[in-house]
Design a binder for this molecule. Structure first.
Ligand code: LLP
Length: 432
């Protein structure tokens, strides 16, 4: 739950507002974004990593308001598409403080990034280096880049979101020699200035040993670059991926502790390798926005199913589902939930919160104990939905993607409005 969330007589309050009142105005499903919580988490990273640069990973969730908060709190911004870049620029984000990711940026995207003066482009392939060379040659400008390397780490997270093992699409392999070759090519390219190496090992990671191994391997490459090419790389980025608590079983990342651990490793390794310490940057997304949002749904139907062995599972259908939170279906993610609209003394029952989409895998919360008298009309709130829920939302079954309502000090602001049927029909050209 976000920091201002608490219950008053069974009613959930966030940002000084009663959630039932709030959704009476905007309807459900709705994402409720606790602005103070978001800012506090952003600040905690910025303060803990005061000597480093912190890039908020916009892919977790981005809109104009959030881009402004990120800038106001003194963080930089990581984007990974022309769409995200457009939002950032529209918010007035300083392009020099934007990092641009992606394993397949097009010539058009690169051209725009260079023209807008994006601070760093994280190059991911030899094809991209060639593309960037032609873009800078045609514009006569210089692009500042980081090289994304594959540190060969097995991050302990879901297979789909682990990114530093060899057999996946991102980055240049250190082991194969590609990463060194990429450095050589970028160094030789006239319109490209190399800032340093970049590694991102995956997402929703709790064990810091993965970062440690990655840092060691990246720094070893850095030492080789310095020795064989005589080049000192001033920066290094260790990516994002810091885990958050989705249920009471998880232990959330602590920015201060992360900062201490990371600087210790980098300092130690650099001393051992005899190279100067690069300026570090990191890219947290989930750890900043994840806990800051919850999703509020209205219960529509309740069905009880007797399981083998006689236990009962209560299926609670809500008015959203996999179109506003695909994470449970896609990653087998764990969420929790609570009734947000009233208190209840009814004994708890084992419940599964499901959506309204046309498939059985449309599950939001796999298992949760909810009051046995849960019924249509109740509001259910799911915490921890700030990251990769609205940003990965779809229009499956022509669902209208829910609004994001920012709350702060008793005031609510719709920062992303609910889609309308007209929004959907706008792209449907009819049978012309
Ligand atoms: N930097 C890079 C290069 C990344 O690829 C990512 C996430 C991040 C930073 C931010 O990672 P975070 O701190 O948010 O974990 N859709 C998946 C997560 C995909 C992560 C993609 N890259 C999910 O819902 O779990």
């Amino acid at each position: 739950w976000s920091q201002t969330a608490h219950k008053v007589a069974g009613e959930l309050h966030v940002g000084g507002l009663a959630v039932p009142e709030l959704v009476a105005n905007v309807n459900t499903p709705a994402y409720v974004l606790d602005e103070a919580d978001f800012r506090a988490r952003a600040r905690a990273f910025r303060d803990a990593f005061a000597e480093y640069d912190v890039f908020y990973a916009g892919k977790a969730f981005l809109c104009t308001a959030v881009a402004r908060w990120v800038q106001e709190e003194g963080l930089s911004l990581d984007v990974c598409s022309d769409g995200e870049l457009t939002v950032a620029l529209r918010a007035g984000f300083d392009p020099a403080r934007i990092g641009y990711h992606g394993n397949n940026k097009s010539q058009i995207e690169l051209r725009r990034a260079v023209a807008e003066g994006v601070g760093r482009i994280i190059v991911d392939s030899f094809d991209e280096i060639a593309r960037l060379e032609s873009v800078t040659a045609e514009s006569g400008t210089t692009a500042r880049v980081m090289i994304r390397v594959t540190a060969g780490v097995e991050a302990h997270t879901h297979e789909y979101i682990a990114t530093a093992h060899e057999d996946q699409k991102f980055g240049f392999s250190i082991t194969s020699g590609d990463a060194f070759e990429a450095v050589r090519r970028v160094q030789a390219a006239p319109g490209i200035e190399l800032l340093g190496l970049h590694s991102h090992i995956g997402s929703q990671i709790f064990d810091s040993s993965g970062f440690e191994v990655a840092a060691r391997r990246v720094l070893a490459l850095q030492a080789r670059v310095s020795e064989e090419l005589g080049v000192t790389l001033p920066e290094m980025d260790l990516g994002g991926g810091f885990g958050i608590a989705y249920t009471t079983q998880d232990d959330p990342s602590d920015p201060a502790q992360l900062a201490t651990e990371m600087s210790k490793i980098v300092e130690h390794e650099c001393r051992a390798l005899g190279i100067p310490e690069p300026r570090l940057s990191i890219e947290p997304g989930r750890a900043i926005v994840g806990p800051a949002m919850c999703t509020v749904y209205t219960v529509g139907t309740v069905k009880r199913v007797e399981l083998d062995g006689g236990a009962v599972r209560t299926y609670v259908s809500v008015d959203g589902g996999m179109s506003d939170n695909i994470r449970t279906a896609l990653y087998d993610a764990d969420y929790s939930c609570t009734i947000a609209s009233r208190a209840s003394d009814a004994p708890p029952v084992l419940a599964r919160v499901v959506g309204k989409h046309c498939e059985a895998g449309d599950v939001v919360v796999k298992d949760e104990f909810l009051p046995g008298d849960i019924r249509p009309g109740d509001l259910v709130a799911v915490p921890g939905t700030g990251a990769y829920c609205r940003s990965m939302a779809s229009n499956y079954n022509h669902a209208l993607r829910p609004p994001v309502v920012a709350v702060r000090d008793g005031v609510a602001r719709v920062v992303v409005r609910r889609e309308t049927v007209d929004d959907l029909l706008a792209t449907d050209m009819g049978d012309q």
